[in-house]
Design a protein around this ligand. Sequence first.
Ligand SMILES: Cc1cc2nc3c(=O)[nH]c(=O)nc-3n(C[C@H](O)[C@H](O)[C@H](O)COP(=O)(O)OP(=O)(O)OC[C@H]3O[C@@H](n4cnc5c(N)ncnc54)[C@H](O)[C@@H]3O)c2cc1C
Length: 377
Amino acid sequence: MSRQSFIVIGAGVVGASIAFRLAQGGAKVTVIEAGDIGGGTSSTSFAWVNAHDKSPRVYHDLNVAGMGAHRRLAEELDGDWYHESGCLEWREAGDQEAHVTNVERLQGWGYKARWISADQALSLAPFIDAGTIGEAPVAFFPEEGWVDTASYVRGLLAAASALGTTVVTRTRVSGVEWAGKKVVGVRTETGTSYRADTVVNCMGRWADDPVLPEELRVPMNPSYGLLVYVQAPGIHLNRVLFTPRCHIRPDTSGRLLICKNDAIHALGPNSIVGPAMPEANALIQEASHVIPALTSMKASEVKLGIRAIPADGLPAVGPTSEIDGYYISVMHSGVTLAPVIGSMAAAELLEGRPDEALAPFRPDRLVPRQNRSIHAQ
Ligand SMILES: Cc1cc2nc3c(=O)[nH]c(=O)nc-3n(C[C@H](O)[C@H](O)[C@H](O)COP(=O)(O)OP(=O)(O)OC[C@H]3O[C@@H](n4cnc5c(N)ncnc54)[C@H](O)[C@@H]3O)c2cc1C
């Protein structure tokens, strides 16, 4: 049998993971990336590895599988990107009942979660202000962590390249090539055509880009998150903090990363984002209620992240039923999920056997059959 060939569009955490596992399985792989590797949403992520509040159960289980896969993959490739730091969570008074319910549900599912005292919290994260916790119950999730996504993508693509994968950067796919109802390759803006047995869409939040014909797009429902990086010498935070004020975690080179999901409704894709913006300082001041030493610190970098959320919130992974030669892998929580999706998708693609664990996440649910206009030449 001849060697199977694949084009992976997109070199984020998801594309890099699938490319690596395909190459490891003996396939000929070409990754085509519009920008630089890892420069999409993967570079604007809080990158917290968790299955903390994910439902339904099948989605929780997939995220738990992602956590285990991170640990094993970092060992396999001797990678320095995965930090299994644990996470501390407490909530404001009105939300504590829901917090207890969630932690009990997670414990019932066998997820590693335990209640700790405020003193234990302070010994796990000495720079936090005891007053900010007050009487709130604190949960500790020892198996959660965070990923240095730049290092992850570099590491996986280096491993894939060592197995013969070609990585083409700064080259935007501008269309697909067909033979009847089968996708047989892609065209790029530079006018080059690439051919392969299967094209894998790992385009993240651009998965609904009109460069793809409608029947190949994934309907998306993106949302925004502000990420503020602070050079914080002397604050040695080793855990992810999930607090009512904001989320805080360590980052590379002694920085801290602060993120808040719901404070930035006025920001959109055209907002001018930078360290001087008032929202950045406002977020640092929120974080200083948790870590008082932050109060006089300034943002060193600010990013606006746009989440790659398929229309119903769940991952879209798999082929589409009426089109050959095409496979989709697009999701939020992609940092947590990337290593397990990489293995599962590559196994499906190489062996042609559907993985039952992916059944709830098939892209067909998002594109009703009757609405499809199937391309045929
Ligand atoms: C603010 C924020 C916080 C988040 N926090 C977390 C978290 O704590 N934990 C977690 O697990 N996840 C989190 N996520 C989600 C996670 O970051 C994403 O799900 C993940 O990064 C998606 O990776 P990806 O490889 O699918 O997409 P991307 O990293 O965006 O990669 C897709 C790539 O495709 C390329 N591309 C697009 N169109 C084309 C084209 N036509 N031709 C060639 N290349 C193309 C892009 O340039 C891009 O590099 C967060 C996201 C945001 C925005």
